[in-house]
Design a binder for this molecule. Structure first.
Ligand SMILES: Cc1ncc(C[n+]2csc(CCOP(=O)(O)OP(=O)(O)O)c2C)c(N)n1
Length: 634
């Protein structure tokens, strides 16, 4: 991007939103350029959500120019488009620390700034939160508008539609700004998306309506009469000609569609919305990736991205081994070639889950349900009642949303739905809203469910094969990022409930599950070099547990350590403790895992090291326990 050297920069002078109030459109346009440049600079170095942020620059500046924070409130949906907001709300100096350990978060965060009014990361929360805040303000006698900024992708979330529903009745100070770029991460899907798309290409309705009214009124004598007839006819015809009709029917004043990169138009529309009482929906058309040609051409690739070269768009770091996602992607395509009952379902993440290859080869057996995890799970349950083998690929953190559907619609009926849970465990830079560190706890207590965690790419292939061999529900979780380089085997189902002893020893037993198995093996190497004899088991199954194998080795060793990338509460180690107590076992056991706290963002390596679940951390805890003499044999 070329910098205009003649103008003195504005961004360095913006310390709070009020600094925008007196800027004119030209100045705001210049500021938009500076903001884009800063976002590109920092995201190309730190990684982050690029395309959504570039698309929301003018919209954010116009929002802060028109709405007066802190009296008015702005609530972001998902929050992956809030970098401009961060830059103009007193975080410019720290913006270079975005997503790094100890630095600012990639998402709005209440404890980071008084201008961040609601913590976000998952889609579809903004309207409900805004409505709650608006009602609280009413109870407290406080004035101000409450704006929910939501993307067209997030508008497909059931939660958003639930909020919209109540807002139409209750939202007297609610302004919903629909930031419509016709993309979720991938192109948006579903009937709502088609409707919005038709609406977006319609003409700005309020202006058209006004012009028509003025024209009719100006006709002497008969004009008023025609106007009256036209108004009566409007109801029947407006479904055909009226963009935003659906929102009006839900009780919202619809303003739009507005060109989302024209600051003058945005300011006009938002000023109208601020003036109007009652719930308002402002429909804004934006372009994802705006201002960076490579992202405009391929917004999907630049949605969430690691550090990259600005000139070429190429990643700065390349990890040699294929990712777990890509291994799953291949394995499910091969499974579908063998078994035509296999159907794949994603909730708006075809690339993120690796199901894009499946979609290409089996378009008729692939479903993108939109950001609708709950619906996706129950939809799968329906398919399973008719003999299909739906594989629902949802990140661990997002499956949280569909907990009731997993219990009530799948497991209660013992249906053979497979849950492929990518990003199981820590995710790194996206932080606490995205860590998949609860699933071992939130799934292992559900009757009928078989639950696995593959330790590497080869095991991932076998976990999928095992799942597809079952007549009941199953789940497996695998980590974010590259695998360990394991060779991919022919798919062979595991015997249900069997772990694997990977290394024999007599002093210490390390029991790993999923991503912690290889660190356990590496810790065993360190300890063996110090003369400690270490056995290592890969549990493979969280449910049913291989208590026979684990307890047999636990009895042989002086102390057993369970290691998991999950909260300790109700997790894998807890399962071992429960089983040991129930079965009257009295061996010594220590659990390593995540504390009862939400963990901030940092790289995966930093987080694992800080939590003591990498090889170094595991070996030092073992050393400490052994040398402390706390746990003597017998
Ligand atoms: C419940 C949930 N499911 C999935 C995601 C992953 N996700 C993050 S952003 C996104 C797309 C959002 O699209 P949209 O709201 O249109 O925003 P845009 O990126 O287009 O600005 C998805 C699916 C999520 N954050 N939350």
């Amino acid at each position: 991007m070329k910098r205009n050297v003649e103008k003195s920069p504005i961004l360095p002078w913006i310390n709070s939103p009020s600094d925008l109030w007196d800027l004119n459109v030209r100045q705001l346009e210049q500021l938009a350029g500076e903001v884009r440049e800063t976002i590109l600079d920092v995201v190309s170095r730190n990684g982050g959500h690029l395309a959504s942020n570039l698309g929301a620059v003018e919209l954010t500046l116009a929002l802060h120019h028109v709405f007066r924070m802190p009296q008015d409130k702005i609530i972001w949906d998902v929050g992956h488009q809030a970098y401009t907001h961060k830059l103009i709300t007193g975080r410019r100096d720290r913006f270079g620390t975005l997503r790094t350990k100890g630095g600012i978060s990639g998402f709005p965060k209440r404890k980071e700034s008084p201008y961040d009014l609601f913590d976000v990361g998952h889609s579809g929360t903004s309207i409900s939160a805004a409505l709650g805040i608006a009602e609280a303000m009413r109870h407290q006698g406080e004035d101000g508008k409450v704006v929910a900024v939501i993307g067209d992708g997030s508008m497909t979330a059931g939660l958003a539609l639930e909020g919209l529903n109540q807002g139409g009745e209750l939202g007297e100070r609610l302004v919903v700004v629909l930031n419509d770029n016709e993309m979720s991460i991938a192109p948006n899907v579903g009937a709502m998306s088609s409707y919005l798309s038709r609406t977006l290409t319609g003409s700005p309705i309020n202006r058209v309506k006004k012009v028509t009214e003025n024209f009719l009124k100006s006709i002497p004598k008969v004009g008023e009469h025609f106007l009256h007839i036209a108004q009566r006819a409007e109801d029947s015809f407006k479904a055909l000609i009226y963009p935003g009709m659906v929102f009006e029917e839900l009780g919202y004043e619809y303003i739009g569609p507005i060109k989302g990169h024209r600051l003058d138009r945005l300011i006009e529309a938002l000023s109208n919305a601020r003036r109007i009482g009652g719930p308002v929906l402002v429909h804004v058309g934006t372009e994802k990736g705006k201002g960076y040609a490579l992202a405009e051409e391929n917004p999907m690739a630049f949605h969430g991205i690691g550090p990259f070269e600005l000139e070429t768009g190429k990643p700065r770091k390349i990890n040699g081994h294929p990712s777990y996602t890509s291994v799953f992607s291949r394995a499910i395509v091969e499974a579908a070639r063998r078994d035509d009952r296999v159907i794949a379902i994603t909730a708006a993440m075809p690339e993120g889950t690796g199901l894009d290859s499946f979609a290409k080869e089996f378009p008729d057996r692939f479903y993108d349900v939109g950001i609708a995890e709950q619906h996706g799970v129950t939809f799968a349950a329906g398919l399973a009642t008719r003999g299909y083998r739906p594989v629902v690929a949802i990140y661990s953190t997002f499956l949280q949303r569909a907990y009731d559907q997993v219990v009530h619609d799948v497991c209660l009926q013992n249906l053979p739905v497979v849950f492929a849970m990518d990003r199981g465990g820590l995710v790194g830079e996206d932080g606490p809203t995205h860590h998949g560190t609860y699933d071992l706890s939130y799934l292992r207590h559900i009757p009928n469910l078989t639950f696995m965690a593959p330790r590497d790419e080869a095991a991932l292939v076998q976990a999928l094969a095992t799942s597809l061999s079952l007549e009941g529900p199953s789940a497996f979780r695998y980590p974010r990022g590259a695998g360990v380089g394991a060779l991919l085997p022919e798919p062979v189902p595991w015997e249900i409930g069997t772990g694997e002893i990977l290394r024999e020893g007599s002093d210490v037993l390390l029991v790993g599950v999923g991503s912690t198995v290889h660190p356990c093996l590496a810790a065993a190497d360190i300890l063996e070099a110090e003369g400690v004899s270490v056995a290592v088991i890969d549990a493979r199954f969280i449910k049913p547990l291989d208590t026979e194998l684990i307890f047999q080795w636990a009895r042989e060793c002086r102390v057993t350590f369970t290691v998991e990338e999950n909260v300790l509460q109700g997790g894998f180690g807890s399962a071992i403790l429960e089983a040991a107590t129930d079965m009257g076992e009295s061996f010594k056991i220590r659990r390593l895992g995540l504390p009862d706290a939400f963990l901030e963002h940092a790289t995966l390596e930093e987080l694992r090291a800080d939590l003591g679940i990498d090889a170094k951390g595991i070996s030092s805890t073992v050393r400490e326990v052994l040398s402390g003499g706390l746990l003597k044999k017998g």
